[in-house]
Design a protein around this ligand. Structure first.
Ligand SMILES: *Cc1c(COP(=O)(O)O)cnc(C)c1O
Ligand SMILES: [Zn+2]
Length: 413
């Protein structure tokens, strides 16, 4: 890889050659970060070159990805999700320039596909055809789907309480699904042991530094879709912290190669019932574990495995942290749906809930160019969605009753 220089430990600063077997720093166990040769990339990736590429997926940015020059693209169309100008929703929130990035429109319906696609490509290029991870949902279903697209095998370890929609995705993609009797921590431990024992490719995002490299492509797209105008604010929901770290890396990459001229401020949104990253950001104290008390299962992470990278991203960007209640998340799901036609899962709508709250607190000027990322599709968790959406009007097939029901409910027909 001509474009990659190596991997840097974010804890002790040691430099390493970036392999796929050693995910963390051999010296101190810290998380690694992939380092690029920006002066070189600057000469091979320009706005004009991008404009000439037809593939809307994340592969159009391959010069900024840790993949070989002749590496083949993934079979599925990962990335290339729409960025919508959301005028009506913006009006409700008090924002004149609001955009929604709908990453629920990825192949397995979440932003996690950006990471999983890179995992299967790296595994393929390293000659490994079996991959594994532990996850409560989207990371697992996206790994299973992306592995299936290449005919690879996947082993998925889930805790017993995984939501039905996501579990169904795993099974339909043909993964070997191991439901671990215990919590997420137990599933994680067993998967780590099995990965070691069987030599599978490790798609545990928090420790495999290549995975946030995939996630950063969401920022490349946002910038390109805005004609390389960088937003003032980007709202992201945070669990382990790899997504927000990836978002930040993406904007920094573009800045480093001169495709953009500024950086956005990040709004880190967590559930009030599980907000260890935001709590550490506000207090300046080290990260401490919290309970996982929220309906937003994808960000219910009591022990964030990439919290340090997330904190660094929020701080470097001059960003802010906002916690939202489950009620506020459900309201945001309803608003996104009814005012923008976008259906996000609870963790996907959480960013919009946080943005709304930040505006209410006067933290964001109404003219600001603002992007809220919807990270996962609402159909994955229809039970959660029904709590936001309410019940249908149930009547017999009778016109009179229909009219009456409209009057009773003050519905203007
Ligand atoms: C994983 C996920 C997040 C958070 O990403 P982290 O890297 O865990 O911070 C947010 N929303 C959805 C839908 C997710 O699946
Ligand atoms: Zn180290």
């Amino acid at each position: 890889m001509r474009n990659v220089l190596g991997a840097l430990c974010i804890k002790c600063g040691a430099e390493h050659q970036a392999g796929d077997r050693t995910c963390t720093c051999p010296k101190c166990g810290g998380v690694l970060e992939i380092v690029y040769d920006y002066p070189y990339i600057k000469t091979v990736l320009t706005r004009e070159k991008l404009a000439g590429r037809r593939d809307p997926g994340f592969w159009r940015y391959r010069e900024l990805l840790p993949v070989g020059e002749d590496s083949a693209p993934p079979p599925l169309r990962v990335g290339g999700s729409p960025l919508y100008r959301a005028e009506r929703l913006g009006k409700i929130l008090g924002l004149k320039n609001l955009y929604i990035k709908d990453d629920g429109l990825n192949p397995t319906a979440s932003l996690k596909d950006r990471a999983s696609a890179l995992a299967v490509i790296r595994a393929r290029d390293a000659g490994i055809t079996t991959l594994a991870c532990s996850s409560t949902g989207n990371a697992a279903s996206s790994l299973a789907g992306n592995a299936a697209s290449l005919g690879f095998k996947s082993f998925i370890f889930v805790p017993e309480r995984a939501p039905a929609g996501k579990l169904t995705q795993l099974l339909i993609f043909g993964a070997v699904v191991i439901s671990v009797q215990g919590n997420y921590g137990d599933a994680f431990r067993l998967s780590a042991g099995a990965i070691e024992k069987y030599g599978w490719y490790n798609r545990n995002a928090a420790i495999n530094p290549y995975l946030s490299e995939g996630k950063k492509t969401v920022s490349f797209e946002i910038a390109e879709q805005l004609d390389f105008t960088v937003p003032d604010y980007v709202a992201v929901s945070v669990g382990d912290g790899c997504t927000i770290a990836g978002v930040w890396k993406g904007f920094k990459d573009l800045y480093a190669i001169g495709l953009t001229g500024k950086l956005p401020r990040l709004i880190s949104v967590q559930a009030a019932g599980c907000c260890p990253v935001n709590r550490a950001f506000e207090s300046g104290a080290p990260l401490t574990p919290m309970e996982e008390n929220t309906i937003a299962d994808s960000i219910a992470v009591g022990v964030p495995r990439n919290g340090e990278k997330a904190l660094r991203a929020i701080r470097e960007s001059g960003g802010m942290a906002v916690n939202v209640s489950d009620g506020e998340i459900l309201e945001a799901m309803g608003l996104l749906g009814a005012a923008a036609g976008v259906f996000g899962e609870p963790a996907g709508a959480a960013a919009t809930a946080g943005l709304r709250k930040a505006v209410e607190r006067g933290l964001i000027p109404e003219e600001a160019l603002t992007v809220s990322i919807v990270t996962g599709n609402g159909l994955k968790d229809s039970a959660g969605a029904r709590r936001a959406a309410g019940e249908p009007i149930s009547i017999p097939a009778d016109m009179e009753l229909l009219v009456k029901e409209f009057q009773r409910r003050h519905i203007r027909a």
